[in-house]
Structure formats: C-alpha cells, structure tokens
Design a binder for this molecule. Sequence first.
Ligand SMILES: [Zn+2]
Length: 453
Amino acid sequence: MTGPAGLFVRDVWLVPMDGPPGSPLGHVRRGALRVRGERIAALGDLAPAPGETVLDGQGGCLLPGFVQGHVHATQTLFRGLADDLPLLPWLQQRIWPLEHAHDAASTRASAALTFAELLAGGTTTVQTMESVRFAEQVCEQALAAGLVAIVGNCLMDLGGDEVPPGLPEAARPALARTEELWRTYHGREDRLFTAVAPRFLLSCSEDLARDAASFARQAGLRVHTHAGEHPAEVAAVRARFRRDYVEVLHEQGLLGPRSSLAHCVHTSPRERELLAATDTAVLHCPSANLKLGSGIAPVQAYRQAGLRVALGADGAPCNNRLSLLTELRQAALLQDLAAGPGVWPAAAALWTATRGGALALGLDHLVGSLQPGKRADLVLFDLEAPQLGGPLAPPQIAGRIVHAATESDLRAVVCGGRVVAERGEYLGADRAERTAAIASALPPLLQRAGLGR
Ligand SMILES: [Zn+2]
C-alpha cells in the first residue's frame, strides 16, 4: 500500500523520455522520483520525506508507463477462438458472431481481463475500439482499473450475408450511443475519454461516416478507425469506392490531427501524402498484421514523413497477447527486415511505446514521459534479471528492454501513483472473482454465437 505522503522511487536509472527528437530517451541519469497523489511531483537528486512509501529502484530503470493505441477490450474473451484465418473470414466467421453474442456481463468480464493484462504488462494508457453495444461496460471497467483510456463504441451500419443480422446498427441510434458515451464518460477522473469509432470502410455507409466525422468535429472528439489492413480488404474498398482507402476517409472528413488509423499496412504514396498533410496518426499493430497474414506496415516511411505512430496489440483473437513488450520487439524486428538494421534504433522504438504513443493519441499533456505534473504512470525494470544482464547505463538499456525484456522483468508497474503489478502479476483486483465471471459468461456466449460445444 502507498502511504499517505505518496510514493518515492529511490536510487534508480531515470529514463524520462523528455528530450527533443534525436534524443529519444531524454535526460537519463541516476536519481529518484517523487509522487504526490496521482502525479509526478519531482525527479532528480532527492531524499525521501517522512511518511513516503519507498520503492527501491536499485539495479533498475524507471520509464513512463507504456501507451497502446489500438486494442479491442470486448474481444479479449475470444482469445484462441479465431486462429488461423485471414482478416475478412476472421471477422465474418468468428469475430462478428462472437461480438453479436456479447451481453453486458460477458463484455464486462472481457474488459476486466483486458485491463488486468494490460496493467500487468506495463500498459497504463490505452485506446480501445469496442463493439456496437455495451461500450459503457468497458468504460466502467477502465474507471475501476485506474488506467488512462480512450474508449469508442464501434459504428457499423452495413450488413450483408457475412454479418449476423442485428449486429449492425443504423446511423442515428449508433451515433446516439456515441453521444451518450461522451456525455456520461468523457473526461471522467481526468483519465477516461471517449472517441468516435467507425469500424472500417466496408462496414459503414457514406452517411454514417460523414455524420460520425461531423459529430467528432462538433464535440472535439478523437476519431479511431481501421485502414489499409489486408490486401483483400483494400481490394474490396477499391472495388466499392473506386478510390484508395485513405482518400475515401479524407473525403468523408475522417482524417485530421485528432484521428488515428489502425494498421495502414497497405498505402500508396498519395495516401501517405494525405496522412502527412492532415497530421493523422498511425497505430502500428505488428503481431496482428503477421498473424492475419496482412503484411508489414511501412513504419519507416511514416516516420520519415513526420507522422505520429503508436503501437498496439489489436484484439486478443488476432495476436493472441496484449503485451506491449511483444509489440515493441516485433515492430523493431520487422523494420530491421523491411528498412535495414539501425534505421529505427531501439531507443527510438522505445520512445514510440511511451512518448510517441502519447503524442499520437493527443495525451502528451498527461502521460508519456517522466515530468513533474504528468501522471505517475511508471514501469520499473529489473536490470539485474538474467536476460537483461546487469545495471548498465544507457544507451544499452534501450536495446535490452526492446529485444530482451519480458513482463517478469517488471519489478513494479505504477498507475496513478499506486503499485498495480509486480513481476507480471496484476495486484489490482481479485483473480478468483475475475475467473468466476469469465467461467459464467463464456459458455453461454459461445452458445449464442453458435460456437458452443
Ligand atoms: Zn483492430
């Protein structure tokens, strides 16, 4: 438990991510960090004050909590239920029937599991796209878990043979849900925000997309959608709209500095120009892109164009982890292959997982670096763990974390000034209760989805 005076992390390598571009790790030095309430009060050469709870950082390094730009909390219960399929059959045969079968209790269980897993792995900020219904359950679980979240109910009004009847919802009631979510949850506790989340081009009518863009502008909300994920999807978009994916999104008014697009694996030079001209952010999900056979996103081209990039695990059934450390290594390895070793150095990748992610999600005022006034969302790595090889100074720290660290090397995860996980174990809620909720929600969900045994 944290004492009344707050937390004090002592004798640690501070990796603050507070530098200018070109110095991604920022002003790295040994020192201490003081927390007051949910915020960072000071860092540097400090001594603990009476009443503070001291977290010993000796042999470790302290970074800002990780930021994930693209996750589907509603899908976490479907992990392992949709393997070995490419994107469109994955959606049609498994994900849409399973999402349609969700009720409030099963969505709640899925969200609780999601946030436990994210926090255990050091992710303290996440943007999620939920199903058509029950996004309020995800908001409630995000509030209970204590992390920073941007949650959107997905908008899809087009059906067809491949979509269970009853899952799509007409534009007006769907946007009424988005508005209700905004009125109820946006800005709650200064850490829960709502977004406008059209699912993807193939599931949204032109009217819905334009009304969604207009509502986002009017309410000042972020737009969160998918784009250019799989070649078959990109071809279907071209057949329907006679234009490329990002061009259509642009015409619908869905690009801009408050917009972020998951994947962007397949984009033309013209689409990249549009992304850069509108300052739209890209959410890179390397494991999901590999597992669904989608391809390798041209992250280096996006970085060169000055685009903001965040990492994300995407949904549990297309990954099957929600681990930022996994995405970090996958992302770095794939760019080593696609662009050449050293083009995206480990320190820059680590920056993307923290400060870069915060910038991509418009949350840089709140999270992403160790700076006084920002939230006390912290990860403390144990550099003495065998695979991290000893308490070396930077720049070796970045390469060791990106390529060698696992969740068990996280000595502590701090969220809003509270220690919420140790060594990959979530401390924040009763595990037996969470497991019981899943055990009672999952079998009936599978029956309703026609996948029960
Ligand atoms: Zn997704």
